[in-house]
Ligand binder design. Structure first.
Ligand SMILES: C[S@@+](CC[C@H](N)C(=O)[O-])C[C@H]1O[C@@H](n2cnc3c(N)ncnc32)[C@H](O)[C@@H]1O
Length: 658
């Protein structure tokens, strides 16, 4: 128990301003100084102490207390028992948590305590501090003030004047809907990720003209939809998957967006997909600013989201983690098993190894049950995919039927199938699957811990077959996490992968690769990237990744035209320092930094690889390789001009004398 003369109590924790800790008992003060030393920071101004006897202390950095509602900028939570510190930055967030009733944190004799307290009382008397769950972040708090027709200036409440700044417009939301020829991108993503198929139901919330519903029904998938304008009489009903496609961004008020999100999620039995137009795709030249978005010439409203902003809004509204699944697209799971299956499928290394058909054919000649061969081969193919022999329920219906007809038990069929399989291929597949599971469990360590019985059935089988038991699997996951501190191990993984022709290793032991190829990397590098991705809240819309193998950092790069240009222009660089737990963003929008020899970071089966390789071969002849990985447009021009060539689209043209 902490003895304190002031402090704000929230959910079993005590929040105190730095100036108020002198009133704490000496033992609590010593713990705070120990936490500060472990956190290696002196920036904080608020401390959060837990009552439960837990040895965890959070050091919080809020904006200046002179502001009426300071926003949270950074938190470091220190575990004094195992001496770890977890740092979280809120600096880049559009919608950070904000502090109310801040006077409670200050010492009783603080000179401004009275003034701050009066503001709190005035807000309370207007009922604005009720329903604390919906005022904790900046956007919803500002919205609540606006709705009450007031603003806070200094520490005084002022009435808002007539909304003269808000132009008189009639928003015509429904005009935002378009007739689609094919399925929308979020629905395509749901199919790609295996979240909808013939066995599942989908409900399209805000379905517009209903093109997705029609397209899915035509493909034999059970789909229905509702739209307040186009299909108002259709029932709003539950389904395995609910699609909220490009609806949030046509709604003008944040509060209604939250309601819609909640209503759509309430219908989702497994998963909700939320898609919006992102700010990188915003076309606002012909629009007028309105609220927190724009009104188009047609009279439709458009709020263009930054991906991190949408993630945060979904998470604060629904209290669930939102997983990035594409530009402006997030999946949120109502069913924990569906969430685990999805996460596991994302961690599954996409194999490029082809099955050794020749070896299988050779063994097949010796097989006694020629008639069963198609079924046995199917079993082998499944085993090579799973890294273990399948359980009966993992066999397709046709195979089970074939075996029944031939009066062969599944156990016997597996024995026969093993004579058709190449043990090396199976061993390799098992190893790969073990790696997949270790990466998955390692990254799961950052989430809530998962009990064995919470794992999807398939994963439970994997764990039993490939590790023997869950404890061994978890130990392997932890070994993998610890191995990330071993730079030799990381360098070896990168050198091997580079040697196999994937990615690029530079002379300073940095390993570079296209972000979309991460799933092809060995476990250590995947896990490294996965940790950074968790820490940064997703690599959405990023194109290139640089592993700083010697220093435990990772940089991700976003380009304006990665797929469209042979020399893509850098927009944003984010550096994630896993050891110090820091994230820094570097904006390059106003510069002309170009990525040189892009094919080095690509895989031959990626779209545009051949074209890029041809361009890069000539670029190397000209001498561009000397420039390193990135160079300014003018550096590139001066090297190429010196060689008598200029880049024109995907070619190098000779400079013709005038
Ligand atoms: C850009 S369209 C998207 C339609 C469809 N989901 C698609 O992807 O083609 C936006 C749709 O949201 C609908 N909408 C507007 N307000 C809504 C609300 N509060 N709840 C659900 N849908 C809404 C509009 O009628 C419009 O059809």
């Amino acid at each position: 128990m902490h003895v304190a003369v002031s402090g704000k109590q929230v959910a079993g924790s005590l929040y105190l301003h730095r100036d108020a800790i002198a009133a704490l008992e000496p033992a609590s003060r010593s713990e705070i100084w120990a936490a500060e030393a472990l956190a290696n920071t002196s920036q904080w101004n608020v401390v959060k102490l837990r009552h439960s006897g837990e040895k965890r202390i959070s050091l919080l950095t809020y904006e200046d207390f002179e502001r009426p509602f300071p926003a949270l900028l950074e938190s470091v939570t220190v575990n004094l028992e195992n001496r770890t510190a977890v740092r979280r930055s809120y600096r880049a967030r559009a919608n950070p948590p904000v502090l109310h009733r801040k006077e409670l944190l200050l010492p009783a004799d603080h000179p401004r305590r009275g003034e701050y307290g009066e503001l709190t009382q005035a807000l309370e008397s207007m009922g604005l501090l009720q329903e604390t769950s919906s005022i904790g972040t900046r956007l919803s708090w500002e919205q609540r003030l606006r709705e009450a027709g007031v603003k806070v200036v200094g520490h005084a409440i002022e009435r808002l004047g007539e909304p003269a700044s808000q132009p008189e417009v009639t928003i015509r939301r429904h005009l935002a809907a378009i007739r689609r020829d094919g399925l929308s991108s979020p629905v395509q993503a749901l199919i790609r990720h295996g979240l909808i198929d013939e066995q599942t139901t989908l409900f399209d919330y805000g379905c517009g003209f209903g093109s997705d519903v029609e397209g899915l029904q035509a493909a034999g998938i059970s789909a229905a939809g509702w739209d307040p304008y186009y299909a108002p009489d259709q029932p709003r009903k539950s389904a395995d998957v609910v699609n909220l496609g490009f609806v949030l961004n046509v709604i003008e008020t944040p509060a209604e967006r939250q309601d819609v999100l909640q209503s759509a999620f309430a219908l989702a039995q497994r998963c909700l997909s939320v898609a919006v137009i992102t700010s990188s795709r915003a076309r606002t030249e012909t629009c007028r600013p309105y609220g927190d978005g724009h009104v188009t010439r047609l009279g439709t409203f458009q709020k263009f989201y930054r991906p991190a902003e949408l993630k945060e809004i979904i998470e604060t509204t629904l209290g669930r983690e939102a997983f990035p699944a594409g530009p402006g697209l997030f999946f949120v799971f109502a069913d924990p098993l569906a969430e685990q299956s999805y996460l596991l499928s994302r961690q599954t290394r996409r194999s490029t190894t082809s099955v050794t058909v020749a070896a299988r054919r050779k063994a097949a000649r010796e097989a006694a049950f020629e008639a069963l061969r198609p079924d046995l081969e199917a079993i082998v193919a499944i085993a090579e995919d799973l890294g273990r022999w399948p359980a009966p329920e993992e066999l397709p219906k046709e195979v089970r039927h074939g075996l029944e007809e031939a009066k062969t038990s599944i156990a016997k069929a597996i024995r026969l199938a093993s004579s058709l399989s190449d043990p090396e291929v199976l061993e390799q597949a098992a190893k790969q699957r073990q790696e997949d599971i270790s990466v998955y469990l390692a990254l799961n360590e950052f989430n809530r811990r998962k009990n064995y019985r919470d794992l999807p059935e398939r994963l439970q089988r994997d764990v039993r077959a490939l590790f023997g038991n869950y404890t061994t699997a978890q130990a392997s996951a932890r070994d993998l996490l610890f191995s990330l501190a071993d730079t030799d191990n990381l360098c070896f993984a990168a050198q091997t992968t580079f040697g196999e022709g994937l990615g690029f290793l530079d002379e300073e032991e940095n390993y570079w690769i296209c972000a979309e190829l991460i799933s092809r990397l060995p476990a250590a590098l995947r896990c490294f990237a996965g940790c950074a991705e968790k820490y940064a809240g997703g690599f959405d819309e990023m194109h290139l990744v640089k592993f700083h193998l010697l220093t435990g950092k990772l940089t991700i790069f976003r380009y304006a035209d990665f797929d469209l240009s042979p020399l893509p222009r850098l927009e944003l660089r984010t550096k994630i320092d896993l050891r110090r737990q820091r994230i820094s963003d570097f904006d390059h929008e106003d510069e002309d930094q170009r990525l040189v020899l892009k094919s080095r970071f690509m895989a031959p089966d990626q779209t545009g690889f051949e074209r890029q390789k041809r361009f890069d071969a000539q670029a190397s002849d000209i001498g561009l390789a000397e420039l390193g990985v990135r160079a300014t447009g003018s550096e590139i021009l001066s090297v190429s001009e010196a060689a008598g060539r200029l880049p024109r689209g995907w070619n190098w043209s000779p400079i013709t004398p005038r």
